[in-house]
Ligand binder design. Structure first.
Ligand code: GLV
Ligand code: MN
Ligand code: MN
Length: 415
């Protein structure tokens, strides 16, 4: 197997990545693929077609998480899982998530071509809505699988247009009780996610792959500010209750709080600022801010949240605006499994690939799978560390190295 795996050609898979990228709500090469949009449904159909061609048995759960299974010789054993997501934020590139899905599929295909017969089944998972774009919360599918997001809570989720998860999943063709999305501990023996690094370390150090030891702890807080609107010309400055001016203070307060920890791992971002009524000659009366705060150290991250809450209280009393906050999520970090990491290391050595360990600052479905199974992540470099942008890029050589190491590791773990 050594020789043949080393000769791995991934030209076909790269072509599939590019075909998938063209299934987009934006003009290619920009990828925008929001969960349950027409583009998402067409992308799912394309990937499921590839899985079926590869001889995998496909099942879907009530929220659209998709499982493509290569049955092992001992089908009653818990499978080894791999996979990622194919939804993409607005104005994204083509590698985030898709490398883990098509790379996982390619790893399975190459093992099949080599005549390998796994003892444990190997299951490719395509998670629903890793990105928070539509429902405001990341990792919807894996969060529900892990039981972290309950069916009851999921039923209350909706998108900015006011369409609920129930309506949207049913329009997308997914039915059945949301309660059944949650999986038992042990449903997967182990899980490995291949992903682009979304950071600069591997490329800078000229390494082939990264073995992820920890996934940082993400949190998201919504801030709703209510001031007083009015005529931008007629209403004089004294006594104004401008909701956007209040929001501006809070955006800067979050930036300062994130910097104040002194730790390079603390980050804070306001990615959405929704202004009402949004007319140039009208004082903003309402603003919604969506914040994203992360750290590999949950206590330090929470100290930033506390500072932001203090700033909300201060701005509210000084400016006479009402400020309400809602914690969307505040997840703990996850540690990757040492056993899988050592299998990945063995595979990297056997494949003559250079590697190092690193931390994932982005979140991934593996953060939630870690609640129900041992997980690890395998990173490949991406150019200049750029991600969540149309110019995101990973070379075929980088992808090939990731698929090679993944295939070896799946083979080792599936026995
Ligand atoms: C995932 O897309 C993240 O924002 O980390
Ligand atoms: Mn992403
Ligand atoms: Mn991703």
């Amino acid at each position: 197997m050594t020789q043949t795996l080393s000769d791995l050609s991934i030209d076909g898979m790269i072509a599939e990545l590019h075909t998938l990228a063209k299934i987009s709500e934006a003009e290619p090469p920009v990828v925008t693929r929001v969960v349950f949009s027409q583009a998402d449904l067409r992308a799912r159909a394309y990937v499921k077609g590839l899985c079926a061609e590869a001889g995998l048995a496909i099942t879907e759960d009530p929220v659209g998480n998709t499982f493509a299974r290569w049955e092992g010789s001992e089908p009653d054993l818990a499978p080894i899982g791999t996979g990622s997501h194919i939804d993409a934020i607005p104005n994204a590139g083509l590698y985030d998530g898709c490398v883990g899905v098509l790379g996982g599929l390619e790893a399975i295909r190459v093992l099949r071509r080599l005549g390998f017969t796994p003892r444990r089944s190997i299951e490719l998972v395509i998670f629903t809505s890793e990105e928070p774009t539509r429902f405001g919360i990341g990792c919807l599918g894996s969060r529900m699988m892990a039981g972290v997001l309950t069916a009851e809570h999921a039923r209350t989720l909706g998108d900015p247009e006011g369409r609920g998860l129930e309506e949207l999943r049913s329009a997308a063709g997914f039915s059945g009780a949301l309660e059944s999305v949650a999986l038992q501990h042990g449903r997967f023996e182990k899980f490995i996610e291949l992903h682009i690094e979304q950071g600069p370390i591997l490329e800078r150090e000229g390494l082939d792959v990264g073995l992820v030891t920890h996934i940082a702890a993400p949190a998201s807080m919504r801030i709703l500010i209510e001031g007083e609107g009015g005529h931008a010309g007629a209403c004089l400055m004294p006594g104004r209750k401008d909701a956007l001016a209040a929001a501006a203070e809070l955006i800067l307060a979050l930036e300062a709080a994130a910097k104040s920890t002194g730790a390079i791992d603390t980050v804070g971002t306001v990615g959405i600022c929704d202004v009402f009524p949004g007319a140039v000659n009208s004082i903003p009366s309402r603003v919604r801010l969506e914040t994203d705060i992360r750290d590999i150290n949950a206590a330090r991250r929470d100290s930033v949240i506390d500072k932001l809450l203090a700033a909300c209280a201060d701005v509210s009393s000084r400016r006479g605006v009402a400020i309400r906050t809602e914690m969307v999520n505040a997840d703990p970090p996850a540690a990757c499994d040492e056993g899988i990491l050592s299998a990945l290391e063995d595979s990297a050595k056997a494949a003559s690939k250079t590697y190092r360990t690193l931390v994932s600052r982005a979140y991934h479905d593996s953060l939630f799978l870690a609640r129900i199974a041992p997980v690890a992540m395998l990173f490949i470099p991406c150019r200049d560390g750029v991600s969540h942008r149309p110019d995101e890029y990973a070379s075929p050589e980088w992808i090939g190295s990731g698929v090679h190491v993944l295939a070896r590791t799946l083979a080792q773990l599936a026995g």
